[in-house]
Every structure is written in C-alpha cells, then in structure tokens.
Design a protein around this ligand. Structure first.
Ligand code: C5P
Length: 258
C-alpha cells in the first residue's frame, strides 16, 4: 500500500481510502453483511459503541480476517488518566488503526491516551456536533465559547496536538480552521458527510458537507454512514463518492494550500 504525505495513518493510494464506513448497526450479524459487501472497497470500517458493546473484539477480528480494511474503533474514552491509559493499551492489542478520546478538561488524560496507544492513531473529540452554544453556557463555559463554539474546538484541538494525538474528529465547517492553525500533518476526520443528491429522511446531522467539499477543505478521512448504508447499491454509492473524492483532489483549493 502506498503511503502518501509521510503520515503513517494515511494509506491513501485509492480514491476510496479516505472513506470510513460507519457500521452503525445493532449486531454482529447485521454488521457482517456490510463488512462482506464493502471489505477492500472502503478505507476503514468504523466500529462504535453500539456494535462494540454487542459484538465485542470479535467484530474487529472478523474485519481483519476479511482482508486489508482497517478499523476505526470509535469508543470516545473519557475517564481519569490511569484508566484511559489502561483502556488504550487494550485497544492497542486489538490492532486497530485509529481510536477516539474526548479532549475533555484535563490534558493529562489526552497525554495518557497518546502515550499508551502504541501504533494506534489517537483522535481527540473536540466538541460533539450535537452540543450547541447555549448548552455550553448552561454547563458553565464562558460566553466567548458559547457565542463561538469554534473557539472551544480550536482550543481543544490545540490541546490534542500538544498531547501527541494524531488529529481530531471535527465538523466539515471546522476543517479549514484546524488545518490552517495546526498544519496539514495534524489529521482531520470529518463526519456529517452527505453527497449532494442523497437526502436522508429525518436527518439529524445539522452541519453537513459534501464529500468533495470536505476533501477540498483538507479533510483526511470522511466518516459516512447512512448515505452508504441506505443506498440501493452500497458498492455503487462508494464508487460514486470515491469518484467525487478523486475529482476534488484534482482541483485546487484543497487543504494542502492552506
Ligand atoms: O449516518 P451518518 O453518515 O450521519 O453517520 C455519521 C457517523 O459519524 C455516526 O457513526 C456518528 O456517530 C459519527 N459521528 C458524528 N458526529 C460526530 C462524531 C461522530 O456524526 N461529531
């Protein structure tokens, strides 16, 4: 596999490599259908809390047995540094490519995660996209953060970088700012991706971005769930998204010129 940009998590040789398909499914059996369908056709599979609680490490092992597709284990750790460190060592044993930890309040937690992760890329969750300015005010944050949530995202992304994290999970609208301030090598994983012609019924994502726009803004990985899961032909949807990624890469304005 060709490694580009000198980044060890960035196995971007095919246009589909930035695609992380979110296995937002309730059981091993349900997930297996999509793993069998898309293994080797997307860059990674994202295993989140729902699936990991039901299926455990066996789901990671199954993905590995199916082929080369890596695992993004999205468990969003948040605990005292000693506990995060111990959990991170067990995650490293699983051989996943990437995992997540909340940036939280204490840099010691992020540092513990980054120190214990071995070869796994640790990504900081800055501010959940479900959190609004008024929520922050109510939780006791200063008005400057409630008025501009992006400021808190920036502050937490800086803390993640200082602690040694590989990058952050952020919304498409924040990628440009993060790349500009923290550099291209600090990776950005972006959920809330919606192909322009694919509408999701009762969509809960608020700040959405097309695959092409996210790539042009500098996103390294795109987390995509329902647009692929709900497609009549998930493989064809992956091909279309990959074509859009390829086209966006060929046009200027991508993050590398920030
Ligand atoms: O179906 P959809 O494409 O919206 O899936 C997005 C995935 O990204 C889900 O697994 C969701 O939990 C995850 N995610 C998100 N927003 C974040 C972090 C993760 O949507 N800030």
């Amino acid at each position: 596999m060709k490694i580009s940009s000198g980044n060890r998590y960035q196995k971007i040789s095919r246009p589909a490599d930035p695609i992380i398909f979110a296995l937002d499914l309730p059981s091993f059996e349900a997930a297996r259908t999509y793993i069998d369908l898309l293994s080797g056709r997307v860059g990674m599979f994202k295993v989140g809390l729902e699936l990991f609680i039901q299926a455990g490490p066996g789901i990671v092992q199954y993905i590995h047995e199916r082929g080369e597709t890596g695992v993004f284990l999205d468990l969003k750790l948040h605990d005292i540094p000693a506990t995060v460190s111990r959990a991170m060592k067990r995650i490293a044993d699983l051989g996943v490519v990437m995992t997540t930890v909340h940036c939280g309040e204490n840099p010691a937690m992020l540092e513990a995660a980054a120190a214990a992760c071995g070869q796994v890329g640790v990504f900081g969750v800055t501010v959940l996209t479900s959190v609004s300015g008024p929520n922050l005010l109510q939780a006791g944050f200063k008005a400057e953060y409630a008025d501009q949530v992006e400021r808190l995202v920036q502050k937490r992304a800086e803390a993640a970088k200082d602690a040694g994290c590989a990058g952050v999970v952020c919304s498409g609208s924040e990628v440009k700012m993060i790349k500009k301030r923290l550099g291209r090598q600090f990776l950005a994983v972006t959920p809330g991706i919606r192909p322009a012609d694919k509408t999701i019924v009762d969509d809960d994502q608020q700040r959405i971005t097309t695959p092409g726009q996210a790539i042009r803004d500098g996103a390294d990985y795109l987390v995509i769930g329902r647009p692929i899961q709900h497609a009549d032909d998930p493989r064809e949807m992956v091909r279309r998204i990959a074509a859009e990624i390829e086209s966006a890469r060929m046009h200027p304005g991508r993050g590398q010129d920030l």
